[in-house]
Design a protein around this ligand. Sequence first.
Ligand code: ZN
Ligand code: ZN
Length: 369
Amino acid sequence: MGEVLAPVLNAAETRAARGVMKALVYRGPGFKALEERPKPAIKAADDAVVKVLKTTICGTDLHILKGDVPSCVPGRILGHEGVGMVESVGPGVTMFKPGDTVLISCITSCGKCGYCRRGMYSHCASGGWILGNTIDGTQAEFVRIPHADTSLYSIPEDVDQEALVMLSDVLPTAFECGVLNGKIESPGISVAIVGAGPIGLATLLTSRFFSPDKIIMIDRDDNRLTEARKLGADIVINNAVHDPVAEINKLTGSTGVDAVIEAVGTPEAFELCENLVAPGGCIANIGVHGKKVDLHLEKLWSQNISITTRLVDTVTTHVLLKAVATKKVDPACLISHRFTFDRILDAYATFGRAAETGALKVIISVTGV
Ligand code: ZN
Ligand code: ZN
């Protein structure tokens, strides 16, 4: 009689068999840890539990770690972006089954409440931005996704999963809060993007769906401006070296820029936008602001401008998925570093010191470690 060999399990499979998983946990301002936590289970009929394949770190996670997001309490598993494989579904889930590969939206939506019916999923009465905020998130081996039918997306098998991680948050945020709110779809308008981080660069990428007259990128980091040039910026201005208002006055005959996109989230960046906008133009804010900003209505009241704010609704995720699948846009160019999940603390250190490391988006491969 031959002996029965036990299957060889890797460490992640052994943990899963014990009902536990590894997760990156927020431990209060300034503190985080990679810990063992119970594997999530289905709680409601419309939940899915997803095995995370790829995730990333967002600037918002750094805000949480600074203590800027009081709704996120110590003990929370961080992360609101990722691609994964459905492990189990509740009896109410009809669109997905175990084994399906899915994109996890940063916004959870019930599809039924008043806000969802208006396409404002960001304010869903039982969803919105809850992942990695008020419920456990995606920087873990498994994540529970409420309202799975309307919060997950099927992804085509032959599309680069790392590129698709950019569709959880970065690309729809840039497109909805920057490009659509900035009314870049009107042909021939000028665009200035203040901030050439991942969101600013994603705004640049998605503004090229339309035909702006020129796209001007403004940032203090030459590496990011070089990247912006590669991705199609017509003009780049380093505002640590040059006065962007003087430069733009030269470029526009002192008129200003039609669509000015704020992709930083500081009072200085927003006030710069106020100084750049042309009569009849628009300031579209994307940045996450933690401090008050001066609004210079004494200059702007007569200028026929509009100012927009928005939390991403992810109403364009399905069209952006098609654009990525047909290679109309390749958001993989936003990925600068790759890590395995056991090195997620190194990934945070690299992402958090972007000026030194040149980090844009970092990809964290979760499975098999
Ligand atoms: Zn994010
Ligand atoms: Zn809703």
